[in-house]
Design a protein around this ligand. Structure first.
Ligand code: ZN
Length: 332
């Protein structure tokens, strides 16, 4: 759905911290009213249009399955791999064809969050709707993992695309296993086993990063947005045009000089690869992709959201392979 607040920009709306606050206020107030109604009368659907029936309560006596909510599907996937059949997992952002930065919270999402035993979210304003919702429905039992806090990434300048950092998912898996073991001590050894399996399954990713690093460390590349920058940094690639990419991410118009320099890096082939965000394919970005093609600079598309049918490891290996192919086919 197009956002009127970004209509004046050539670029798609992205991490719009300031623009985000204004249109939200009335929507959030309406949502809060719904949530208060839910808390006041559990099981009674508030008088709203398309409110789904509340999930059936577990039969009394049965051990209730742990409910995990992940704001993003790549975190939900890691939770699935560590929790196995001992938890039910809901991922909120899971459509790689839509822009996660433009997500608008709805009643089913608020309900899912309200019912979560364990919540995982990214932080760094990537999913600012999560802390806002949480503050409106305090719980003494809900456990929360904020990945940015887990990885000690903070500040306005921190790149929010933390799941591209090869260190993030192993750390998250460890934190998840520890939380799940506390919530469900009866299955502690199963969580420990699945954690080990998960950590082992990440080794091919580390191996591929190390191989690319040996071949391509120091090579200049560029990106329309800093989506995969933690990964390119792990490979040792030199990222050019970062001010341009930050402007695109923050939905501010890149300056004329930055834009000209970015275009020149393609037309003069100062970079070996152009990485672009497939989930933010505005016309200005498409134009840069076209410019790269015409200049014979290989182009690699990355996504913010995990594609359906792939797990995190497969998705990351696929993107690393695409990057490796592009680097090997590129001529300085
Ligand atoms: Zn992004």
């Amino acid at each position: 759905m197009p956002d009127p607040h970004v209509a004046s920009s050539t670029f798609e709306g992205r991490h719009r911290l300031r623009a985000w606050l204004r249109p939200w206020a009335p929507r959030l107030a309406a949502l809060m009213a719904v949530l208060i109604a839910m808390v006041a009368a559990p099981g009674v659907a508030p008088a709203l249009g398309a409110v789904p029936a509340p999930p059936a309560a577990p039969p009394t006596g049965a051990r209730s399955v742990i409910r995990i909510v992940a704001a993003e599907n790549f975190y939900g996937d890691v939770a699935r791999q560590v929790a196995g059949p001992d938890a039910r997992i809901v991922s909120v952002l899971r459509n790689p064809a839509s822009d996660p930065h433009l997500f608008q919270v709805d009643v089913p999402t608020a309900r899912a969050l309200a019912a979560a035993d364990l919540l995982i979210y990214n932080g760094l304003y990537y999913d600012a709707w999560v802390p806002r919702l949480l503050s409106s429905m305090p719980s003494s039992t809900r456990r929360v993992i904020e990945v940015a806090a887990l990885m000690h990434r903070q500040g306005a300048d921190a790149n929010p695309h933390l799941w591209y950092d090869p260190a993030t998912m192993p750390a998250l898996a460890r934190a998840l296993a520890a939380q799940l073991q506390q919530l469900d001590p009866a299955h502690a050894s199963a969580y420990a086993q699945r954690l080990q399996r998960f950590l082992e399954s990440m080794r091919p990713i580390d191996a591929q990063i190390a191989q690319l690093r040996r071949r391509y460390a120091g090579m200049p590349v560029t990106a329309t947005e800093p989506v995969a920058n933690y990964l390119t940094a792990a490979i040792g690639l030199t990222m050019r045009g970062q001010r341009f990419a930050l402007a695109v991410m923050n939905d501010t118009e890149p300056g004329a000089r930055e834009t000209a320099a970015f275009e020149r890096s393609l037309t003069e082939r100062q970079v070996r690869v152009l990485i672009y965000n497939e989930q933010a394919g505005g016309s200005a970005i498409q134009r840069l992709v076209g410019l790269a093609h015409r200049s014979h600079v290989p182009v690699v598309g990355v996504t913010e959201t995990e594609p359906p049918g792939l797990d995190y490891q497969q998705w990351t290996l696929m993107q690393l392979s695409a990057l490796g192919r592009a680097l090997s086919s590129s001529h300085p």
